[in-house]
Write a protein that binds this ligand. Structure first.
Ligand code: 5GP
Length: 134
């Protein structure tokens, strides 16, 4: 297991996680879009020609935490911010992939809910061929 991988999906939100620090502007980021609900910035280790992250402005550990505990307005605002980020990244026409890791099996490293936006070139299959499960 990679050393940064998040193990416990049920522990309390850690206010010192790296994305919380980015939201508080304690750590810089390459900002793409921001509104009342979300912040979008470039991933520091891009795994696609375009690789951005969108995070909600609130203390949510993962997709499950966010969708269970955020208000309808905040959930709607967040996903509209994802769409706005896609437009600003010019990915609408050629296509893009959204991905959110929750917990250990997904390999979530940062315990603040985030959606990856990947695009800018062909991304291949979601899971490599030799890892399919029948
Ligand atoms: P996860 O595996 O949790 O879904 O993805 C975490 C992502 O956050 C990774 O793609 C990683 O490259 C990115 N990341 C980790 N630390 C930083 C940072 O300090 N700044 C930025 N911009 N991205 C980060």
């Amino acid at each position: 297991m990679p050393k940064n991988m998040l193990k416990d999906t049920h522990s309390p939100y850690d206010p010192d996680n790296i994305f919380a620090k980015i939201l508080r502007e304690e750590i810089p980021c390459r900002k793409i879009y921001e509104d009342d609900y979300a912040l979008c910035f470039h991933d520091v280790t891009p795994q696609a020609p375009v690789h951005a992250l969108v995070i909600p402005k609130g203390a949510y550990r993962s997709f499950s935490d966010f969708t269970a505990n955020a208000s309808d307005e905040k959930i709607c605002g967040f996903f509209r911010a994802v769409k706005q980020s896609v437009l600003l990244l010019n990915l609408e026409k050629e296509g893009y992939r959204l991905l959110a890791n929750h917990g250990e099996h997904a390999g979530q490293e940062v315990p603040h809910f985030h959606v990856h936006i990947c695009g800018g070139g062909s991304l291949g299959r979601l899971i490599s061929e030799n890892k399919t499960h029948k």
